[in-house]
Ligand binder design. Structure first.
Ligand SMILES: NC(=O)c1ccc[n+]([C@@H]2O[C@H](COP(=O)([O-])OP(=O)(O)OC[C@H]3O[C@@H](n4cnc5c(N)ncnc54)[C@H](O)[C@@H]3O)[C@@H](O)[C@H]2O)c1
Length: 386
């Protein structure tokens, strides 16, 4: 067990001095606050949709103080703000937090449009603050192993990429959520919500970029329990091409009976294939014409980066919360001046928003859409302060 990569005591001690605050009091605030505690910090403050909601969430999550307004939160003694509230609130909260000199961990989608996401990214860059986005699936050790295999050319030149992200929690018209409402969730629903994770993971593992795509989207339930005349998509299907010349497909749905959170990628190169399923994150399938095999997580046998993210020895399963803990620990280390490889920043969040907008644009026009090859969307100084 002594061979399992652990964070150094120095890092844990340094992280314990950080005072994180949380905006939102739902599922993600819980996951983030557990991760903050696991990293060594003490969750210090929480803001939600109202003071009673904030107090109830703070008590449930063991957060020291509940606040009624952003002004109170920002003038308190906190140094990193975790934004875990509905999508449309991300940009206003993040911009004000950055302006107040706070580091920000902002949930995806970074913004509900590219203009918001670009402003957030540019402001963080100009102020030199740490600004990260929880593309958490990057933090499964077997994803790092997959990335290492691609980097070491074990697959040969990548030819095809298949990605899927299937859930069923919105499958009936009676199911509803704030994400369904474009005012709160943004113009894209399923692609912004989960397709963004899928694209980030594919580009991260292959170290390649989607350069053009063609898509179709569907609204299956225009009228749900509360939301009527729904415009946000339930399903999306995409064909894409990468800078490296690979062809790929993506299918994303929240109406797939029996599928809870099935994010899968399969990458085929000229000599080998690999497949990863986030519901089985302890393993990776390596395909060869003669002798395919399943690689199980074992920090003694994995590449350095995969071993670093292995918090437990082989045979002691790690999962979603472990990946989140690793993401938050790496975000805090970046704040403390020790950034680790593979940390998803606002630039990556902006990239996902750019792809999401291309998916919507192609579905609208029926045409193939080219993506800009540069990672940053240009924004003028006037727009930054607008
Ligand atoms: N990275 C991931 O793996 C992942 C997973 C799920 C959700 N998310 C993202 O996290 C965010 C939150 O999702 P969730 O599943 O926790 O939603 P949720 O519905 O469980 O929680 C949202 C919380 O925000 C609060 N809230 C509503 N309006 C607010 C406002 N104006 N100011 C402050 N708080 C407000 C609500 O009271 C609630 O407590 C979303 O942006 C979502 O896309 C990310």
């Amino acid at each position: 067990m002594s061979n399992v990569a652990m964070n150094t005591d120095v890092s844990m001690a340094q992280r314990s001095a950080l005072r994180p605050a949380f905006i939102g009091g739902g599922f993600m605030a819980q996951v983030h606050s557990v991760a903050a505690r696991a990293a060594g910090a003490t969750p210090s403050a929480l803001l939600s949709s109202s003071l009673p909601n904030a107090k109830a969430a703070a008590e449930r999550l063991g957060v020291t103080q509940a606040f009624e307004s952003l002004d109170e939160l920002l003038s308190s003694d906190v140094d990193v703000i975790h934004i875990c509230s509905p999508n449309a609130t991300h940009a206003p909260y993040a911009l004000r937090a950055l302006e107040a000199g706070k580091h920000v961990i902002c949930e995806k989608p970074l913004g509900t449009n590219i203009h918001e996401a670009a402003r957030m990214t540019e402001l963080a860059r100009q102020l030199g603050l740490t600004a990260t986005v929880p593309f958490v699936y990057r933090f499964h050790p077997m994803v790092r192993e997959a990335r290492d295999l691609v980097r070491r050319n074990m697959l040969g030149a990548v030819l095809t990429i298949q990605g899927g992200y299937m859930q069923d929690w919105l499958m009936d018209a009676s199911n509803d959520d704030w994400r369904v409402d474009a005012e709160l969730g943004g113009a894209s629903r399923v692609f912004a919500d989960i397709g963004s994770h899928l694209c980030d993971l594919i580009e991260f593992v292959t170290d390649d970029r989607i350069v053009s795509l063609s898509s179709r989207t569907r609204v299956v339930h225009p009228n749900r329990a509360h939301n009527r005349n729904v415009t946000t998509e339930d399903l999306a299907a995409v064909i894409f091409e990468t800078a490296g010349g690979a062809l790929g497909t993506l299918v994303v749905s929240q109406l797939a009976p029996g599928r809870k959170n099935r994010l899968t990628i399969e990458i085929s190169g000229q000599t080998r294939s690999l497949a990863f399923d986030q519901e089985q994150p302890e393993s990776l399938w390596l395909g060869e014409r003669e002798g395919s095999r399943t690689i199980l997580r074992d920090p003694l046998l994995l590449s350095a980066d995969a071993a670093r993210l292995s918090r437990l020895p082989a045979g002691h399963p790690q999962g979603y919360q472990d990946a989140f803990n690793a993401f938050v620990a790496d975000s805090y280390d970046a704040i403390l001046g020790q950034p680790a490889d593979g940390l998803p920043t606002f630039s990556d969040g902006l990239r996902a928003v750019r792809i999401t907008e291309a998916v919507l644009a192609s579905a609208r026009s029926g045409e193939r859409v080219s993506l800009e090859t540069e990672s940053t969307y240009k924004i003028s100084a006037d727009e930054l302060i607008a």
